[in-house]
Design a protein around this ligand. Structure first.
Ligand code: HDE
Length: 709
């Protein structure tokens, strides 16, 4: 897999640290050759083990200390290497080399993650996904540590521990794992209404992506770009996947969590191994400083997005992930992202959430990785040389030379010496500040309902239905009526009909008012009334860019197609369909009654990819059943095939059958969906391909919900 062509300067640097046991003798850590690693040293064949046994002690001690603390949030993650290429210079906005030099290929390491669950939790939790990118630039490392949703739950870093404590397993019973559907989370959300925007995104399909390769990424905060003249523009960063933004249904998420909880991790790994490199375009929304106060929301408020219809996203470059890590722990686990890692040409704003993050990430690495020298871990090393007077600490790997470790000095010739700004020396943007020191929140942050409402209005009917289902499920899992009622009242502030549906589903009435004032967290001495969210306002009827119905539906590459077969399947049907699917780079998987090989009616043998008992419908994007009398007869004997097809129908997937396979379809709910454009009977393979490219036939959903599987 580690082909030479996928080697960036970062990979070459990492290779200097790689250790390969191939063709080598087993030794202790001191290099002493070992001749027995199965038996400890004992006093006699049946005697006690001896303390003297340095080989045993070393092996066990090392094992005892293998674990490091998992990340407090974003513990579950998957990483990959790749590169970023700039298509169009934006030197008028930024002097950063990565934004001005179109000839560069900047190496990147990306880590995707869920937020709430532990390291071993399911990939398919309803959750935000982390989307963290480390750019190893020629001017130092830049980390863009974002999420797959364009906004965050809270406006001030001060509330982050509360938010996280509320969503994590409840502290008395450590339940539930990787799930937001519980009392403490909704207790918090219902009291802190600034959470409602990110929360409705979590109720949407964005929280259950089909693949990490099929989600957008966002830097969330407003950052600054600084040009050569020192002029600042505000900027929001967007990652747009070339495969489009696609999601699965909640029913599938629940089932995939049981069938293959590594679903996303495996999907990313397999795509890269197959040479189907995931790609994202990098887009920027740029706002001149003069427009800072032009909008109905505050650019410093991280719970607000700037609709693309108001400020277009300008695509400036592309990221490609083309190489899997060699070692999960050394790379994906030890990588340390810091929003504070920026390079000249990029700068921060006063977003109070961002400001807190600038402290938190370095702080957390100190306990997670155990030393201020965590930047020396190979995956965290910059590509450019680093020289300074910071010294010592646990696990210092370098050997700094010379007598001096201070500045200024004469004894070391004044080295390492400073850089002028014109030589690339970093200088912070000189923002004018003239203010009182005050512990409060800007009133311009008080609109909590307009953007959740805009998001909901912008979605298609099926996306809105999924949101109603998600609210109903999550609140249905809470046990305290006063929390659920508060939530109903708040949902009503977003959308009346949505609240009515959820209220019906959870069997509670929407209260006329709520008893306790919200947002008390402003501060004991401040006037709580001043900080109540106002009624929603409508500054944009819809933002079509927010709906997944308007995403790309172009490709079937890497889509997993389940082909249901038994001995005697029609090779004519199969070969025709397989050729068409393979041309589109879909992945054809043969599912047969048992493992091993399956033989077609022309006696050619095919390797079985999965026995029906070991796999599930939810792991595939579409189903194809070739004809062949003998094959179909055998499939009819297994009820799991019926379930498999019914589930694919329920999840609105494309299904194609040929000839005798009609008998099998008759035994399923497929018989009621013969006019469905994504249920193709003896159809043209091209029609099947365009149905798969559409991801799902969501129009089927209303009727298909009633399929009892
Ligand atoms: Fe994070 N966040 N976060 N976060 N975050 C961490 O840092 C934190 C926030 C995000 O793959 C931690 O290295 C605070 C927003 C990602 O390694 C920790 C606040 C966004 C990752 C931390 C936020 C994120 C983290 C835990 C509020 C999207 C995973 C381990 C002020 C823009 C990075 C670690 C990876 C991880 C703190 C809010 C994204 C504890 C205090 C907003 C993608 O430092």
């Amino acid at each position: 897999m580690t082909t030479e062509n996928n080697k960036s300067a970062k990979i070459s640097q990492l290779e200097q640290h790689m250790v390969d046991g191939n063709d080598q003798r087993l030794t202790t850590r001191q290099g002493v050759r070992v001749n027995d690693t199965n038996n400890s040293l004992k006093s006699g064949t049946r005697g006690s083990s001896l303390l003297e046994d340095f080989i045993l002690r070393e092996k066990i001690t090392s094992f005892d200390h293998e674990r490091i603390p998992e990340r407090i949030v974003h513990a579950r993650g998957s990483g990959a290497h790749g590169y970023f290429e700039l298509k169009e210079s934006i030197e008028q906005f930024s002097k950063a080399g990565i934004f001005t030099d179109t000839k560069r290929r900047t190496p990147v390491f990306v880590r995707f993650s869920t937020v709430a669950g532990s390291k071993g939790s399911t990939d398919l939790a309803r959750d935000v996904r982390g989307f963290a990118v480390k750019f190893y630039t020629q001017e130092g490392t830049w980390d863009l540590v974002g999420n797959n949703m364009p906004i965050f739950f809270i406006q001030d870093a001060m509330k982050f521990p509360d938010l996280v404590h509320s969503v994590k397993p409840e502290p008395n019973k450590e339940i539930p794992q990787a799930a937001s559907a519980h009392d403490t989370f909704y207790d918090f959300v219902s009291l802190a209404t600034e959470t409602l925007h990110n929360h409705i995104w979590v109720m949407s399909d964005r929280a259950i992506p089909r693949s990490l390769r099929m989600m957008e990424g966002f830097g969330i905060h407003t950052f600054r770009l600084i040009n050569e003249e020192g002029v600042s523009h505000f900027v929001k960063f967007h990652w747009k996947p070339l495969l489009g933004v696609h999601s699965i249904t909640w029913d599938e998420a629940v089932k995939i969590s049981g069938a293959d909880s590594d679903f996303h991790r495996k999907d990313l790994w397999d795509a890269i191994e197959a040479g189907e490199f995931p790609q994202w375009e990098l887009g920027v929304q740029i706002i001149p400083e003069a427009d800072e106060h032009k909008y109905d929301f505050d650019l410093l408020d991280p719970t607000k997005l700037i609709p693309e219809e108001m400020v277009p996203v300008k695509i400036i470059g592309k990221m490609t992930l083309n190489r899997n890590p060699e070692n999960f722990f050394a790379e994906t686990e030890q990588v340390a992202f810091l929003p504070g890692n920026i390079v000249p040409g990029i700068d921060f704003t006063n977003d109070p959430l961002l400001q807190g993050r600038l402290f938190s990430y370095r702080d957390t690495q100190l306990s997670r990785l155990g030393s201020p020298n965590f930047h020396q871990i190979p995956i965290n090393q910059p590509l450019v040389n680093a020289h300074n007077n910071q010294r010592d600490g646990h696990m210092q790997m370098n050997i700094p030379k010379g007598q001096t470790a201070y500045f200024p000095n004469t004894l070391g010739g004044g080295c390492p010496y400073l850089s002028q700004i014109s030589e690339g020396g970093f200088s912070s943007y000189e923002e004018r500040i003239d203010a009182k020191k005050i512990r409060t929140r800007s009133k311009s942050f008080s609109d909590h309902f307009s953007q959740p409402a805009l998001f909901y209005r912008s979605l298609s009917k099926w996306e809105q239905d999924h949101i109603a289902d998600a609210y109903s499920f999550e609140l249905g899992k809470c046990t305290h009526n006063h929390i659920k009622e508060r939530m109903l009242w708040l949902i009503e502030q977003i959308d009346d009909e949505l609240a009515q549906t959820v209220s019906k589903n959870i069997g509670l009435v929407i209260p006329k008012n709520i008893d306790q004032p919200i947002n008390q967290a402003i501060g004991a001495d401040s006037n709580v009334d001043d900080f109540q969210p106002g009624p929603k306002i409508n500054y944009l009827e819809k933002s079509p860019a927010l709906s997944q119905a308007n995403t790309k539906f172009e490709s079937i590459a890497t889509r997993q197609i389940a082909v249901l077969v038994a001995d005697g399947f029609s090779s004519r049907d199969f070969n025709k369909m397989k050729a068409a699917l393979s041309k589109g780079k879909a992945i054809v998987k043969l599912i047969a009654p048992t493992g091993g090989v399956v033989t077609s009616d022309s006696n050619d043998e095919h390797e079985v990819n999965a026995a029906i008992s070991t796999t599930e419908s939810v792991l595939y994007d579409a189903v194809y059943i070739p004809g062949g009398e003998a094959s179909i007869k055998k499939l009819l004997r297994h009820s799991k095939y019926i379930k498999f097809i019914n589930e694919a129908l329920k999840h609105c997937k494309a299904i194609a059958i040929d000839n005798e396979a009609g008998q099998l379809l008759e035994q399923t709910y497929g018989k009621d969906f013969k006019n469905d454009p994504a249920v193709l009977i003896n159809g043209d393979p091209q029609k099947f391909i365009s149905a798969i490219a559409k991801h799902r036939n969501w129009e089927r959903m209303e009727k298909a919900t009633h399929i009892p599987v």
